[in-house]
Design a protein around this ligand. Structure first.
Ligand code: 1GP
Length: 246
């Protein structure tokens, strides 16, 4: 579904729901708003506090809204048979091999057993990093080093990722710099990358969203905004999709 949108030249917005922070009912209500605001799919995941039955309950609840639900697991507890797919993440700039191949070896047989579609995802943490960076023992790439972000993105492409996810961390004080996104995009185009360039973390305004879109992000992930200021989500999504701002 997401690739079809990209092939049609459409931008994609994903709403992140963290089962540790929201009950199934709260998650349902947030996803209803997100759908009305123009989001295309739901990511369910988080860095701490997840176990399978908790993830199951939130996935089952938000699935009722009718959007694709994709897992964004920070641990094995973030897997659920009720989702449509899973971002099969390797945290490229972790200093601990557990987050690059260790958790993946534990997860792979489970993903197969649960019958989940898996999407190889190169996860690259920039700047602040938040809980994902801390828990994943990332060595975050400095904001002012777009060339390093670009090199990681290109390596992700060459290692077979179908999603390259540039992450500033949930609640980051500022998003991934647009210069890092545009450099990554130009390198990926040269390498004939046919997957998605996804950006997330710290996006709070239509202006942030527009800059990342212009820089070449195929998809934007937001999480905090739906928890803290749901009325502003529609404008952020419209800006990212180049629709006229109100
Ligand atoms: C986290 O990038 C996402 O993986 C969302 O970040 O909560 O800052 O929107 P925010």
């Amino acid at each position: 579904m997401l690739m079809e949108k990209k092939e049609k030249g459409e931008k994609i917005h994903l709403t992140l729901i963290d089962p540790e922070k929201s009950t199934p009912k709260e998650a349902y209500e947030m996803v209803e708003i997100a759908k009305r605001s123009g989001t295309d799919a739901i990511l369910v995941g988080g860095s701490t506090g997840l176990y399978e039955s908790l993830t199951d309950e939130v996935v089952k609840s938000v699935k009722k809204i009718g959007l694709p639900v994709i897992l964004f697991p920070g641990s094995l507890g973030g897997l659920s048979r009720y989702a449509d797919a899973v971002l099969f993440i390797y945290l490229m700039n972790s200093d601990n091999p557990y987050y690059i191949t260790g958790a993946q070896v534990q997860a792979a047989p489970i993903v197969l057993k649960l019958g989940l579609e898996y999407i190889p995802t190169a996860y690259i943490i920039v700047g602040y990093g938040g809980s994902a960076g801390y828990i994943g023992r990332a060595r975050p790439i400095p904001y002012e080093k777009p060339e390093i972000v670009g090199a990681y993105a290109l390596a992700g492409c060459m290692m077979g990722a179908k999603v390259i996810y540039l992450e500033a961390g949930s609640g980051a004080p500022k998003p991934v710099p647009p210069s890092a996104v545009s450099l990554s995009k130009s390198l990926l185009l040269k390498a004939d990358y046919d997957g998605l360039l996804v950006v997330g973390g710290g996006v709070r305004s239509p202006e942030d969203a527009l800059k990342l879109s212009e820089a070449g992000a195929d998809a934007l992930v937001t999480g905090t905004i739906i928890e803290e200021d749901p009325t502003s989500l529609a404008d952020i999504i419209s800006a990212f999709k180049f629709k006229v701002l109100k």
